[in-house]
Design a protein around this ligand. Structure first.
Ligand code: MRU
Length: 349
């Protein structure tokens, strides 16, 4: 089954598929400095929480490799600047900060071992490649746990794009759907278009079509209608940050889907790696929500659709955990009370 490859480390730099151009054009860029990688994250060339983490790890490695530093001391002066630049790109997806922290830990280990400049450069690249590789196995494990909860036959709804494009693996929510489909479950996916950035219409529809998984594209305001019709067996979405009590930040629109799911007795699931947990936050109230440009609401793909008025664009919302039937992770399935189950899964990882 076709699996998109949004990011690759190559000898020439970090290659990214430009997700802003999909589905009409499949164009890749090679980034040769960490500032370029930071801009690519900020400007949505790459997006989706785990993929942002992979990009940040590769950005840190690129910064170390391309640094003009001639000594470990000089590199150590530049290193925090590289990390800080990448950390300032997008605030909500905790995978970004998780990946940067991991690269910092590896750097500190190498310094403690008195590693030489060449070895530090090589090892940091290896660490970034490992982050990418691990996303693949993580997604597969999430897929296996989640597939059991998918209906044998029928409709499943998702939101945004939590597929291969968003992770660098097979996807989290779409990974669950892929595994279930591969097991022979006759799944048909309802894909809300996900205004304003249209990750559903442009990316999820593209991935599912390429993977041969049947889908129907709907507009966001059709969600309630389809849930009420009683033919949706389950909803599965990804996550950008999960607080200790299970409250989950994900793409704007997820909250209203979860509320409508409860009203219509449709189970609403989250599929996410443990790197998405932020157990330092007691509840979702504390999750920072990215506010993106109003131009992404007043315009679609550069074409104005509204007069020149004030427009709001919170890019994420928080779904309270009482609406979440279960959270699929690579270490197993968490259920309420999440404060206990998420803590136990984190311990296992
Ligand atoms: O703004 P985006 O496209 O980065 O938002 C992506 C999402 O909200 C995804 O659902 C989430 O990151 C999970 S991706 C596996």
């Amino acid at each position: 089954m076709y699996v998109a490859r949004p990011i690759e480390w190559t000898d020439g730099g970090v290659v990214m598929l430009d997700q802003r151009r999909l589905p009409t054009e499949e164009i890749s860029f090679t980034y040769t400095d960490y500032q370029g990688v930071a801009n690519a994250i900020r400007n949505m060339v790459i997006r989706g929480a785990p993929a942002i983490g992979v990009a940040a790890a590769m950005g840190v490695a690129l910064g170390v490799v391309k640094s003009p530093a001639q000594s470990v001391e000089a590199l150590s002066t530049e290193f925090p600047i590289i990390c800080e630049t990448l950390a300032k790109t997008r605030p909500t997806a905790v995978d970004l900060f998780w990946a940067i922290e991991r690269m910092k830990r590896r750097y500190a280990e190498l310094i403690a071992q008195n590693a030489e400049l060449g070895e530090i450069r090589q090892e940091m690249v290896e660490e970034a490649k490992l982050v990418h590789l691990e996303k693949k196995s993580t997604d597969e494990a999430i897929g296996k746990y989640g597939a059991e909860f998918m209906p044998q036959d029928g409709q499943v709804m998702t939101q945004c794009n939590a597929g291969a494009l968003a992770t660098g693996g097979i996807g989290t929510a779409l990974g669950v759907i892929r595994v279930a489909f591969g097991q022979g479950k006759r799944i048909h996916v309802l894909v809300p278009e996900t205004r304003p950035y249209l990750q559903g219409a442009r990316l999820t529809a593209w991935e599912l079509q390429k993977g041969g998984i049947p889908l129907t594209l709907i507009t966001d305001n059709m969600v309630g209608h389809f849930l009420k019709a009683g033919k949706v067996g389950a909803i599965v979405t990804g996550a950008d940050r999960i607080a200790a009590n299970g409250d989950t930040a994900n793409k704007i629109g997820t909250y209203q889907i979860a509320v409508l799911a409860k009203e219509n007795s449709v189970p609403f699931y989250i599929a996410a790696p443990i790197s998405t947990f932020d157990l330092s936050l007691a509840t979702g109230e504390q999750i920072p929500i990215e506010e993106r440009s109003a131009g992404e609401v007043t315009h679609i793909q550069g074409v104005r659709i509204a007069p020149d008025v004030h427009a709001a664009h919170p890019a994420f919302d928080v779904t309270p955990s009482r609406y979440i039937a279960a959270i699929f992770t690579e270490q197993g399935v968490a259920r309420a009370p999440y404060t206990e189950s998420l803590g136990a899964l984190r311990q296992k990882s």
